[in-house]
Design a binder for this molecule. Structure first.
Ligand code: HEC
Ligand code: HEC
Ligand code: HEC
Ligand code: HEC
Length: 456
């Protein structure tokens, strides 16, 4: 795991307030009569190509001109050059400043695979001893692995490639100023660490690369992002917790709520969402409180379900989390995670696709085929139900499955780490999930439960 750099970056805020308002504002060059400072932060965000991966930041539209295309028909590029360059990207063309190739955390196997995929030298000339030795150590690092990495890491966001489409799945930054702490943001931009252990789309991986920004660049970008306040978050102050209330919150989290099905806290918990230790170092308390109640609104497309608990319980849990001792140190990326199928957004008005919904929301624990073997299963105290088990599943009426999805595992006397999706999924979606479980188990519920009830 990489380590967060000290969070002491000073930041100038307020210089470009007028420009943060809308995408129409464009910097057209400075002059002596300009009353404001040049909007450096915005210019940098545009030139560096942050929008290649992130929603909610201005797109300068120039990054694809600065980053060369790859694939058939483009200038020849040798595998060994790629292999070494990816370990430590150097400036090739100083004239494209401030655009640059960011640095990813890649191990040797990943660099071999990427080099084999990206090179268009079919005969693999231009190999050197170092790369030959690395290939011998990693015989499984092939073009297919490389293609998957190229997609996961979104190289195609900047480098056009005929076989890989760009995918801008990184977090929406349009409300950064309402969500995060300024000192944390400066430290993160200087030295990014893993936040979401399985990627922004859990199970699909992904990484925030290191742009090796100068202190002045960090300051300018931090200032710009802190002005992005595109969310209405109600004011909220954490409660002062008595030792009794703190113990109660800890017990609820461990033994009753489903949060730790997805989140790690201390030594316990799953790897679908970010680690919750020390989140007060990173996030604003009011954001934490609002997110628990309505995650879909604040982190669009997230798999985190809205809590069904009472508001005073949410106050208690949010207060406990932001007051708990412990420093924020990022998460550890899940290693060797098999990539879940890409689900993509459903076309508006399309019928609910139970399989796609299951892959997006359930497969991290239950596995794509319902084998109970998703990447998050090893981090749960109770193994997820094997939905492919027709003997067991044919004992369960559809209504029972529906209730478990709606209200969570505890209502069936099952593990409370099975989340309640009732506040986040529609009736049609829950029915489509039950129907998909029936596909996975190739079974029906008990006969008594089906009589006259097909219409639910
Ligand atoms: C190649 C894709 C890519 C590019 C380009 C990129 N990012 Fe990221 N960024 C990510 C991913 C993926 C994450 C989520 C990382 C995680 O959760 O561990 C992320 C996370 C972040 C976060 C933390 C967001 C949060 O709320 O958790 C910030 C801030 C950020 N990026 C800013 C930037 C800025 C500024 C730029 C341009 C200089 C940039 N990113 C360019 C992929 C990218
Ligand atoms: C945020 C945009 C961005 C992303 C994402 C990105 N690159 Fe780059 N890359 C660049 C830019 C800009 C350059 C040109 C740097 C220069 O000329 O100094 C570059 C240069 C390179 C070069 C050197 C090309 C040459 O002509 O010498 C290679 C190789 C490369 N990138 C591979 C990758 C791979 C593989 C990935 C994904 C793991 C990736 N890049 C992701 C922007 C990006
Ligand atoms: C089904 C899995 C799941 C469950 C259950 C879940 N979360 Fe999350 N949570 C996530 C994911 C994924 C994210 C990352 C959202 C994003 O930014 O895209 C997240 C984000 C968060 C964040 C912001 C963390 C950060 O560093 O950005 C907090 C705080 C949080 N969840 C608290 C909770 C609490 C409290 C509960 C229980 C009431 C809970 N979550 C239940 C998956 C889950
Ligand atoms: C964080 C991991 C996790 C996620 C995400 C998750 N589940 Fe579960 N699920 C579990 C666990 C653990 C159990 C309980 C196993 C036990 O107690 O035997 C369970 C149990 C169930 C049950 C009860 C089955 C029975 O035994 O009667 C159903 C139904 C179910 N899950 C459906 C889903 C669906 C549908 C989704 C996606 C919308 C989903 N689960 C998402 C972990 C998860």
């Amino acid at each position: 795991m990489r380590v967060v750099r000290g969070a002491g970056v000073a930041v100038v805020v307020g210089a470009v307030a007028g420009l943060a308002a809308g995408p129409a504002a464009t910097w057209t060059g400075g002059s002596a009569s300009t009353p404001q400072e040049p909007p450096e932060g915005r210019e940098l965000v545009e030139a560096l190509g942050c929008a290649a991966c992130h929603a909610g930041v201005p797109d300068g539209g120039t990054i694809r001109g600065a980053a060369r295309p790859f694939g058939a028909g483009t200038a020849l590029i040798a595998p060994a050059y790629l292999f070494h360059y990816l370990a430590d990207p150097q400036t090739v063309r100083p004239d494209i400043a401030p655009a640059r190739m960011p640095r990813y955390e890649l191990d040797e196997r990943q660099r071999v695979a990427l080099a084999l995929f990206v090179t268009n030298d079919e005969e693999l000339r231009g190999m050197d001893d170092a790369m030959r030795a690395a290939m011998a150590r990693h015989p499984d690092a092939d073009r297919t692995t490389g293609a998957a990495l190229f997609e996961t890491l979104n190289c195609a966001g900047c480098h056009a490639h005929p076989d890989v489409a760009p995918r801008a799945t990184a977090p929406d930054l349009s409300a950064t100023g309402q969500r995060v702490r300024e000192d944390w943001l400066g430290g993160y931009l200087s030295a990014p660490v893993t936040i979401r252990p399985a990627g922004p789309v859990p199970g699909r991986g992904g990484q925030m690369p290191d742009f090796r920004l100068s202190a002045a660049e960090v300051e300018a970008i931090t200032g710009f992002l802190m002005e992005q306040r595109g969310a209405d978050i109600p004011a909220w102050e954490p409660l002062a917790l008595s030792p009794f209330a703190g113990a109660k919150a800890a017990t609820l989290l461990r033994d009753r709520w489903s949060c730790l099905g997805c989140h790690q806290l201390g030594d316990d918990g799953g790897r679908i969402g970010p680690r919750l230790d020390g989140i007060a170092d990173r996030l604003r308390p009011a954001y934490v409180r609002a997110l628990i109640q309505d995650p879909g609104h604040l982190a669009p497309g997230t798999v985190m379900p809205a809590s069904l608990e009472q508001p005073d319980r949410m106050d208690l849990i949010a207060s406990y989390l932001v007051r708990r001792e412990g420093a924020w140190a990022g998460s550890e990326a899940v290693a060797g995670m098999p990539a879940l199928p890409d689900v993509g957004a459903a076309a508006p008005g399309a019928a609910v696709d139970g399989a796609a919904l299951y892959n997006a929301q359930c497969a991290a624990c239950h596995g794509v085929q319902g084998g109970g073997d998703g990447f998050n299963a090893p981090f749960l105290p109770v193994a997820p139900t094997v939905h492919a088990d027709s003997a067991a599943m044919s004992q369960r009426p559809d209504d029972t499955l529906y209730d478990g999805i709606h209200a969570g595992g505890w209502i069936l006397g099952k593990s409370h780490r099975m989340p309640a999706f009732g506040a986040s999924l529609s009736h049609e979606q829950k029915r489509a999930l039950v129907a998909h479980i029936r596909v996975l188990c190739r079974c029906e519920g008990p006969a008594w439960s089906r009589d006259g009830r097909r219409g639910r």
